[in-house]
Design a protein around this ligand. Structure first.
Ligand code: IPM
Ligand code: MG
Length: 360
């Protein structure tokens, strides 16, 4: 049976980075005879414009049928004014939640060619290879009750609930331990157990699972404020970081910057059976949308993650990753990673360069 992909370009720079990634997908599909097929759907603002909903039923039906999903990015000022419950970002949260994509893998790998593009000194970041495992369908992003209410004195009050059950903590920690075994065998669990009960339980549960099943992996714990500091002080101390939804959101942007540009970082969001949604870690960057200057490499590298995790096509995944390395060796750079003496290219040219590298 052929494997089917749903492509959701979304908003802002989404359509242009997806176009570049799709040409890479076509090339790799032919080159390795993968037999992949795909269709397009609407998510975020693009879906609101057509259906009045950021994650309409038709997209939900397509998503449930697909074996994997490739996503650009959602959101933009055009939809900022609309009611909170149907904003573009809610569509993204809904698809993550409905498909049970609880395990968000965000690798922060520094390509040696980009050591100078990092905001940190090259010796601090060279060889950096961190994997952030972020819980994606729980925590304060989804906890109830939530809302903005009016107090008796007429003042408004906003509130959210951070909540994790043992089973949710256990399943994400298991993913982190299993992945650590395939790389540096170190897991750092990030919490705020000195203040928040929800993360006190997080810490206890991760510790128990480690005791019972993963003593071959080195486990450490770190408070989130310290982790944020350590990431810029000595990021290479980390191998796998596992944390909840909100802390993972923040730390993964920080880790991304260490690698030179958030435009380089792919991600995978997986369910318990390996079905996944793949998207760049960056957002829809409305300020540069439609100008052919966005970096498509995070999306192209997300295609590689899709081949690896959902389709078990390791060779094809590695071919894409090598092609990215090769094109960087050639000195091609989009604006976000450009430095003097190199060749600045646009989104489309970068995509085409990866296609060319795969075809040679
Ligand atoms: C991310 C993004 C999303 C998140 C937004 C767009 C809802 O920042 O994927 O990191 O907060 O999860
Ligand atoms: Mg984020």
């Amino acid at each position: 049976m052929s494997k089917h992909i749903l492509i959701l370009a979304g908003d802002g720079i989404g359509p242009e980075i997806i176009r570049a990634a799709e040409s890479v997908l076509s090339t790799i599909n032919q080159k390795f005879s993968l037999g992949l097929t795909w269709e397009h759907g609407l998510l975020g603002g693009a879906a609101i414009d057509v259906h009045g909903q950021p994650y309409p039923d038709v997209t939900s039906a397509q998503a449930k049928q697909a074996d994997a999903i490739l996503l650009g990015a959602v959101g933009g000022p055009k939809w900022d004014g609309i009611e909170r419950s149907i904003r573009p970002e809610r569509g993204l949260l809904k698809i993550r939640s409905e498909l049970n994509l609880f395990a968000n893998l965000r690798p922060a790998i520094l390509y040696p060619q980009l050591a100078d593009a990092s905001s940190l000194k090259p010796e601090i970041v060279s060889g950096l290879d961190i994997l952030i495992v972020r819980e994606l369908t729980g925590g304060i992003y989804f906890g109830q009750p939530r809302g903005i209410r009016e107090l008796e004195n007429g003042e408004k009050q906003g509130y959210n609930t951070d909540v994790y059950s043992e089973s949710e903590i256990r399943r994400i920690a298991k993913v982190a331990f299993e992945l650590a075994k395939l790389r540096g065998s170190k897991v750092c669990s990030v919490d705020k157990a000195n203040v928040l009960e929800v993360t006190e339980l997080w810490k206890q549960t991760v510790t128990e699972l480690h005791q019972n099943d993963y003593q071959d992996v080195a486990l450490s714990h770190m408070y989130v404020d310290n982790a944020a500091m350590q990431l810029v002080r000595a990021p290479k101390q980390f191998d796998v970081i596992v944390t909840g939804n909100l802390f993972g959101d923040i730390l993964s942007d920080e880790a991304a910057m260490l690698t030179g540009s958030i435009g380089m970082l792919p991600s995978a969001s997986l369910d318990e059976h390996g079905k996944g949604m793949y998207e760049p870690c960056h957002g829809s960057a409305p300020d540069i949308a439609g100008q052919n200057i966005a970096n498509p490499l995070a999306t192209i590298l997300s295609v590689a993650m899709m081949l690896r995790y959902s389709f078990k096509e390791e060779q094809a995944a590695v071919a894409i990753e090598h092609a990215v390395g090769h094109v960087l060796d050639l000195g091609l750079r989009t604006a976000d990673i450009y430095a003097e003496g190199l060749t600045q290219v646009g989104t489309e040219e970068m995509g085409q360069a990866i296609v060319n590298a795969l075809n040679t």
